[in-house]
Design a protein around this ligand. Sequence first.
Ligand code: ZN
Length: 124
Amino acid sequence: MSRRMKKNQLESLRKMLNEQKQSLLEKVKTNVSSSKEDLPNEVRDSADAASDYYERELAWGLSETERMRLQEVEDALERIDGGTYGKCEGCGSQIAPSRLEALPFAKLCVECRSKEEQSKKNNF
Ligand SMILES: [Zn+2]
């Protein structure tokens, strides 16, 4: 019980993640608003084209770091819904709540994170 995150804690992290997601999506809208005029209206009628368009929109509107961040935020929201949030993907242990408050989209505990960074450095 004590190892599980409290419900209100989880809700406040979900709120933080949603706010980050919104601000990233706002950025997309602002950045691409000038390019939108190039796009024919009928493109929006097709679901496939809409999804392509969404990807292009992301590509235009966000830097790679921001796109990765958006992905991380969306993944974290999915983990909250799926009930796996707060669990380290590396070792399966509970990520410290203080770490999640600082980095709500963290997938790895501090130890696994530093191991990962170590191995990345070795690859370079
Ligand atoms: Zn871990």
